[in-house]
Design a protein around this ligand. Structure first.
Ligand code: SF4
Length: 289
């Protein structure tokens, strides 16, 4: 196996259909589908390869997903009522709730998290109004009754605390070094590229391999052009997490800059508190005899 081919084994394949599941080089799959029967069938055969399931079907049906311990399952409810009706079962399943309904007020989120369900706003956060985004962030950071995380705030805060940056690109499954999307004919770095036939690899279904294409990566070009086109990014304190994501195909990064600054301040406060507690413990730890 050539180096280029073995490199593919480290990638995540974001797939809507199943024709690549049995390819030897496909080792890590994000499976996007709305058919529970098919998801369970693929999980039976290829469960060890499937790392994430994005279930886009009816959320009542989602309860039938027989997911494995290592798998992250995201579901996309179209209204709050459906969530409330089966909240207890969803909590037991530990699915991430990605609201596919409009978020117009804090209650659209808080009613879900108050049922101890984890929320993931990554797919819709760009569409949430600035003030409301700040209100939700404030609710995540300061509501003492909140027992569950709200993503992506939680992951960013944890990554800052542990100094292990998770980038906004990876959270959005966009990174030419990590994720490939497939339409059955080829692999592309972005699902939108299929229209232009911008394949990095063509799929050889007969030999179950991939053939590299001459291809100029749009995302690589964006990253390489950052110093020239977005000089502020290189000086930005949040570059290690954002890497220009907030300005990718957008005009302003004001919202993300504010979110990242608030999370940065929160992580500093937590670290300072932890340090203080260690240094000023009222009850010293018992000495060994
Ligand atoms: S927050 Fe804005 S300036 Fe900072 S890295 Fe992201 S896009 Fe660039």
């Amino acid at each position: 196996m050539s180096n280029k081919q073995s490199e593919l084994q480290k990638k995540f394949f974001v797939l809507r259909e199943t024709s690549l599941f049995d390819f030897p080089m496909v080792k890590q799959i994000v499976f996007i589908n709305n058919d529970v029967r098919l998801i369970n069938e693929m999980n039976d055969k290829f469960g060890e390869k499937i790392v994430q399931i994005n279930f886009t079907g009816n959320i009542q049906e989602s309860l039938k997903i027989e997911n494995r311990n290592h798998q992250l399952v995201k579901i996309f409810p179209k209204n709050k009522k459906d969530i409330i009706q089966i909240s207890k079962a969803l909590k037991e399943k530990r699915f991430l709730i990605c609201p596919a309904y409009s978020i117009n007020k804090l209650e659209d989120i808080s009613i879900v998290s108050s049922m101890d369900l984890i929320i993931d706003l990554i797919p819709i956060i760009e569409n949430i109004d600035f003030d409301l985004s700040m209100e939700i962030l404030n609710y995540y950071l300061h509501n003492q009754n909140l027992n569950v995380s709200i993503e992506p705030f939680h992951s960013i805060l944890v990554s800052k605390l542990h100094q292990k940056p998770k980038t906004l690109w990876n959270m959005n499954l966009l990174n030419p070094d990590m994720f490939y999307f497939s339409d059955g004919q080829g692999l592309a770095e972005d699902s939108k590229n299929f229209q232009n036939q911008d394949y990095r690899y063509l799929i050889d279904h007969q030999s179950r391999t991939f053939q590299k294409q001459k291809y100029r990566s749009h995302l690589d070009s964006f990253f390489k052009s950052l110093p020239e086109t977005r000089p502020d990014c290189l000086a930005c304190p949040h570059f290690h997490i954002c890497i220009g994501w907030a300005l990718y195909q957008k005009d302003t990064c004001t919202k993300w800059k504010k979110i990242l600054s608030i999370l940065q301040d929160a992580s500093r406060e937590i670290q300072a508190l932890e340090k203080f507690e260690k240094e000023h413990a009222i009850i010293p730890s018992e000495k060994k005899k």
